[in-house]
Every structure is written in structure tokens, then in C-alpha cells.
Design a protein around this ligand. Sequence first.
Ligand code: MN
Length: 409
Amino acid sequence: MPTGDQPQRSRVASANDPGCDFPIQNLPYGVFSTAGSAPRCGVAIGDRILDLAAAEKAGLVAASGTFAAPQMNDFIALGRAAWASVRARLTEILAEGATVDLPLVPMAEATLHLPIRVTEYTDFYASKNHAFNVGVLFRGPENALPPQWTHMPIGYNGRASSVVVSGTPIRRPMAQVKGETGPVWSACRRLDLELELGAIVGVPSTMGERVSVPEAEEMIFGYVLLNDWSARDVQAWEYQPLGPFQSKALGTTISPWIVTQAALEPFRCTGAERANPLLPYLKEDRPGFYDLTIGWTMNGQRMGRTNYNVMYYSSAQQLAHHTETGCPMRVGDLLGSGTISGPSPDQTGALLEMTMGGKNPVTVKGEARTFIEDGDEIDLFAYAESTGYRIGFGPCSGRILPAKDRADA
Ligand code: MN
């Protein structure tokens, strides 16, 4: 086999199904446990998980003991050379024809945990369609896109403490919202999702030192699906002048499997057309986006669906901008892409846009919806497709529980 060629098939038969999210070309990392055992690192292959802690113990792979940890941070902190050598070794032992004994666990018997200890969480606003659509609803068409939007990535510093793994229920929040004659205390009436990709920073940067976009590319370990749950009525009342606060702190769901930058590399592509040249510190030396189908379902019904290549700023540009004034980045930093929306309603990544602020209800399994009701389940999906295989992200789901208040409210 010529250097650089990847074996196309795995010894794990289910990984060779063309519709499988986890073929040998993917090898996403996560943290899992089985009945009576502690959480440790694993890699998804077909309908199995390769127990990386056990694999390292058996001498099958070398990662300085980091796979025994209940999060991926320690492995990620080993750096790019370790990422590459472990990926190469995993490809070798999982390939069709390899015969070494493997500690494989059926995924159906495993509980999946948060794959990283989220060090910090920042969320951006990088789809021009989304920024324009939401801007129209909040401020009207004249002021929809703020003047700086096509010049710099806009974001807010979110909460790492409320990031949860797929499958964790989300409680509808109680909050102060705007009533007819003044503020009222109410359960959120406009609960929404945001379809996003989360980039995981794998290499730290130094305080006071800016990183370039090409350097930022080298700092990204991989990506997860990310649902930035949003309380729109809370957001509308609180967001000026400092941006979203409690409307975004109720919970952020991420998928349990981290799809590596290496697995997505064959799908690298350009993003949205630039409205104007960017300042040099935001310029890319190669395309920073991926040809990645991404969408969401509600109670099992297909809703919005678009492609990550509609985005205006890449994760590397967002990361570079994040260090503009010297902010240090750390291993386990999570950067939300911003809601991913195409131009038409069936390509939108939030109900706010899909229903035009609640004016145009959509039908979901025979029921009308403007925003998310109690008991509704939102699932995100994403995959990149090639000949005979696809790089999938697996599930990213959350169900809404009814609001609950303190007895003294
Ligand atoms: Mn968001």
C-alpha cells in the first residue's frame, strides 16, 4: 500500500456499512463506562467501542496512560504528534486483516459521558443568513446585520458549567421576561434550539500573545455537535447592551463523540463569499470549512438541514480572533460555531428563524409548533460523505422537562 493510503475496511463488520457513522476513516474519541466500571476513554468503531484504557494496558497503543482518565483532556494535551501517531496505530489494529486481540465493548451496553472537561465555552455568530434573519426579527431589516459583522467574528463568553452530554434532560427555565406593562416572572415561553458545531481547542496559547489563523488551525483537536439552547423571550429583554446572558445559561448539549480534525481533512472546503476583504490577522492560508451536511429533527421529524460550508467565519478564524487582545486559550476550550442556517426556512438551525419569530407555526408529527414544548426532543445530526463511507457525528439529543420553581417564588 502506498504511503498515506488508508485501508478502506475494518475488521469490525458493522463499521463497513456505508451508512454507519463510525467507519475506520472516522475514529472519533469519547468517554464511556459499562456496568460496574469507571468512565474511561474509547474510540467508536461501527457499533463497538474500543476500550482505549484497556488497549493501552495491553500494550496495543501508547498514550502515556492518559486513556484511563474520565475525560479526553489529558490525551489531547499530549499534542499533535501524539494525536497523529495514535490515530495511525488505531487505523492499523482496527483494519481488516489485523489479528491482535482487541478490547471491544458493544456500544449498546455503554453509557457515554462528557468527552472533555470543558475548560471554557465561547459561542459565536458566524452564519450570515442566521445573523441577518435574527437581526430582522430583533431590530428590523435596516439594522439587521451590525456594521462590524462582516469584519470580525462576533461572540459571547458562555458558561462551561452548563455544558452537558447528549441525552441529559434540559429544564425549561423560569426567568424575568418582558410583560405587557413591565417585567414579569414566568416560565420561558419561547424556548429554542441552535444547531451548531463545537470546536475543541487542543493546544494552549500564551496570555498576551496573539495566534494567527494558520496557527489556530493547528490548535484545533476536533469537533462535536452543539445545541445552544436559547430562551428567546429572556434574550429579547436582557441582551442590550452586553449580549446574551441568562437566555443561554440554561444548558448547552454536546455530542459524546469528538470527530477529529484529521478525519474531516478530506472534506475541507471554502465557506460563504466574503462581502469585503478581512484585516490581515483574520486571513486564511487555506480553506477553513468542511463539506458537512448538518441538521436537526424534532420528535423524530426532519426539520432544518443545511451544510457547514454556508458559514462566514471558520473555527480557526474565531480562535485567532479570540486571542486578538491576548486572551490565553486552554486545552478543553469549547468554541461554538454559531447557529448554522442556510438561506431558506427549511435550512434554518433555530425555530426563531424557521417560524419567523413565532408568526409561521410549523407542523411536527401533526401538531403545531412555534417554539419547543415540554416533552419535545431535539436531535442534531451531521455527516461528511465520501465514496462508500461517511464521517458521522452520532447523536446529540435533549428532551425538555417542564419548568419548576422554588416554593417561595
Ligand atoms: Mn449560539
